[in-house]
Write a protein that binds this ligand. Structure first.
Ligand code: PLP
Length: 430
């Protein structure tokens, strides 16, 4: 698989380099040179087989011979086998696709685990690699869990202090060992800026072998493509021509993966981009003006991002496929509406949901046409947002055992201001 840097199209790398480098020069994102087109007949065949063997076929096709088929298979197996997605019917023409049955209870487990496994095949030089990543809530846990106790790997995670839920924090700050966590006195966008700056710093580059496991890493996106196929597998044949998907967007990795799935032939009818009040992209699509505001803290905190990194990839897909960007449906949801629809899902349909899924549900309801079949993504388990869910729905959630055990664990955490030199010192300390 060859990929180019969107910012410098003549910078071309293979898949392994793209996984190891994370970003190209000038912080440009890598994008596949070829988007294979799977025939209708082949898609039909693929949809008949099970999640793991199907995912291996799709990934082998995308990645090519660079990674042995058996290694792709073992990566897929390790990343997906304890994480079977489910579809839950809510009402006649709306379902929720639940992606939160993995070890850290959010969809990010798929990409993070797959990436960790692939890196272990690539990292044969016995050199210490530092994985530096920023999290708006769920990436931290997924990445920490995926790389925990892995040989020759040090993970450093930045998160915006006080802006993630207690359980989200406990899931990665209590691990210790090869996982270093840093609370930044600032927003997610500031964390992301520090990460980007580190990648451009000569000393850090020289003394650490730096990698980012953010959703900018191509291996994570490729893994995510696979579950969009599973949606079709799990949906009745009579609905498959009319599937409209609503994606709750933060850094826009999930939407990128969905669009990539469509671009290689999965017949998704429409994709809907749903955001919370951090609505840079909905405003951009409406006005054509790029004007990110300061990030606002919301109850769907994993989407509190006003400068989404993956957006350039989405523009690239539309450009390459000659699709009209205005065919993308979009909308943003206020806190009030998010809560209102969490209540509606619970009272009317007995479905306990959390704020991110509710954002996607809200826009789906608004945009869904007659005859269409709507599916919104359930990106995290409601327990991860225990306080909010209990307060909004006035219920008490059952705590899975892994969670109650977690709450008593001690946290290991640095606390710093969003200051690059302080971060640099930590990164250069072995
Ligand atoms: C990360 C996350 C999102 C946003 O996904 P992106 O791929 O960054 O757009 C949505 N919901 C939850 C629960 C998340 O953890």
């Amino acid at each position: 698989m060859k990929l180019y840097n969107i910012k410098h199209k003549n910078e071309i790398v293979n898949f392994s380099d793209a996984v190891i480098l994370g970003l190209g020069s000038n912080q440009g994102l890598f994008f596949p040179k070829k988007l294979p087109k799977i025939s209708k007949k082949k898609i039909k065949k693929l949809l008949k087989i099970k999640f793991i063997p199907r995912s291996q076929k799709i990934l082998s096709m995308l990645i090519g011979s660079e990674i042995k088929k058996k290694n792709i298979y073992s990566s897929v197996k390790s990343a997906f086998s304890l994480n079977q997605p489910k579809i839950l019917n809510i009402k006649k023409n709306i379902s929720c696709f639940e992606l939160f049955h993995g070890p850290t209870l959010a969809f990010k487990d798929y990409g993070a685990k797959f990436m960790a496994k692939i890196l272990s095949f690539l990292n044969t030089k016995n050199k210490l690699t530092t994985i530096l990543t920023a999290t708006s809530g769920d990436t931290g846990a997924a990445v920490a869990n995926a790389f925990y106790k892995m040989k020759n790997i040090r993970v450093v995670i930045l998160y915006p202090k006080g802006k993630i839920s207690n359980i989200q924090k406990k899931l990665f700050c209590t691990l210790g060992k090869n996982i270093t966590t840093i609370a930044i006195d600032g927003s997610f966008d500031e964390c992301q800026k520090l990460v980007k700056k580190s990648f451009n710093d000569k000393d850090i580059k020289k003394y650490t072998n730096l990698n980012s496991a953010n959703s900018i890493n191509i291996s994570r996106l490729l893994a995510q493509i696979c579950y969009f196929f599973e949606i079709f597998h799990l949906t009745k044949k009579k609905h498959r021509k009319n599937i409209v998907l609503s994606i709750p967007c933060g850094n826009f990795g999930n939407l990128t993966a969905g669009l990539l799935a469509k671009s290689i032939g999965l017949p998704i009818k429409k994709l809907i981009l749903s955001t919370n009040s951090n609505d840079t992209i909905p405003r951009f699509l409406k006005t054509g003006i790029w004007n990110p505001y300061k990030t606002i803290s919301t109850i769907s905190n994993a989407m509190d991002i006003s400068k989404p990194n993956n957006w350039t990839r989405i523009e690239e897909i539309f450009r390459r496929k000659k699709w009209n960007i205005h065919s993308l449906k979009y909308g943003s949801v206020s806190e009030k509406k998010t809560k209102k629809n969490m209540k509606e899902l619970f009272k009317k349909y007995k479905y306990i949901s959390e704020p991110h899924a509710s954002v996607a549900y809200t826009i789906l309801k608004k945009k869904l046409k007659k005859k269409e079949y709507g599916i919104f993504l359930g990106t995290a388990h409601p327990i991860k947002f225990k306080n909010t869910v209990e307060k909004v729905l006035k219920i008490k959630l059952k705590e899975p055992k892994i969670i109650s055990n977690l709450l008593n664990l001690k946290e290991f955490c640095h606390n710093i201001k969003p200051n690059f030199n302080t971060l640099k010192k930590i990164l250069l300390t072995k």
